[in-house]
Design a binder for this molecule. Structure first.
Ligand code: 5GP
Ligand code: MG
Ligand code: MG
Length: 184
C-alpha cells in the first residue's frame, strides 16, 4: 500500500498538522497555568494511540515533568469498548503523592478513562487529571471530569496522528475520517 492508497481511505481531513500543533499548544498553555515546576508532574501516556500526543505535548510544555506509559485493553469487539479493562503494561513509577496527568488520544464512551482514573486515584496519587486531544459526543454525557480537551469532534471513526484502524494509519500527520469502505 502506498501513500495515495492511504489518502483514498480518508474521506475528510478534520485536523491538519498545523491545526493539531495549535491545539496541542493551547492545551500546553492551560496545563502550564495549573502546574508549577515544584509539582513535578508525571505524564502518563496511554499506549498506543497517545504516543504522538505525548511526544508533542511533552515538548511543548515548559514544565519539569516525567513521562511514563500504560497499556490497557478494553474488552469488546470492533469499534465499541465495553468498560471491562485489563492492564497489559503497568506504570514503572510509584505515583504515591505524585501529580499525575493522563494523556489520551480520544475519548469515546469514556469507559476506558473512567476505569483508569479510579485505578490511578486508588494508588494514592496527589491528583489525577486527564488531558485528551479529542472527545466525541457520547463522552460529554459520561460522568468523568476531563480537565483538558483539545477539541470536540463529530461521532465518526477517525484515524491518524497515533489513532489506528487495525494498527494502520497511526503515522498520518493529519487526523481524518476513515472511509466506511475500509471497514465494511
Ligand atoms: P472509550 O473507552 O472512551 O470508548 O474508548 C477510548 C479508546 O477507543 C481510545 O483511546 C481509542 O483507542 C479508541 N477509539 C475511540 N474512538 C476512536 C476513533 O474514532 N478512532 C480510533 N482510531 N480509535 C478510537
Ligand atoms: Mg487511547
Ligand atoms: Mg486502536
Amino acid at each position: 500500500m502506498d501513500i495515495t492508497d492511504i489518502e483514498a481511505d480518508i474521506t475528510e481531513v478534520l485536523f491538519t498538522e498545523e491545526q493539531i500543533a495549535e491545539t496541542i499548544a493551547g492545551l500546553a498553555r492551560q496545563i502550564e497555568a495549573d502546574y508549577s515546576d515544584d509539582d513535578d508532574v508525571l505524564l502518563v501516556g496511554v499506549l498506543r494511540g497517545a504516543v504522538m500526543v505525548m511526544a508533542d505535548l511533552a515538548r511543548e510544555l515548559r514544565l519539569q515533568l516525567n513521562m511514563d506509559w500504560m497499556a490497557v485493553s478494553s474488552y469488546g469487539s470492533g469499534t465499541q469498548s465495553s468498560g471491562v479493562v485489563r492492564i497489559l503494561k503497568d506504570l514503572d513509577t510509584d505515583i504515591t503523592g505524585r501529580k499525575v496527568l493522563i494523556v489520551e488520544d480520544i475519548i469515546d464512551s469514556g469507559l476506558t478513562l473512567s476505569w483508569l482514573l479510579s485505578n490511578l486515584r486508588s494508588r494514592g496519587a496527589a491528583s489525577v487529571e486527564i488531558c485528551a486531544l479529542l472527545r466525541k459526543p457520547l463522552a460529554v454525557k459520561v460522568e468523568i471530569d476531563v480537565k483538558y480537551v483539545g477539541a470536540d469532534i463529530p461521532n465518526a471513526f477517525v484515524v491518524g496522528y497515533g489513532l489506528d484502524y487495525a494498527e494502520r494509519y497511526r503515522n498520518l500527520k493529519s487526523i481524518g475520517v476513515l472511509a466506511p469502505h475500509v471497514y465494511a
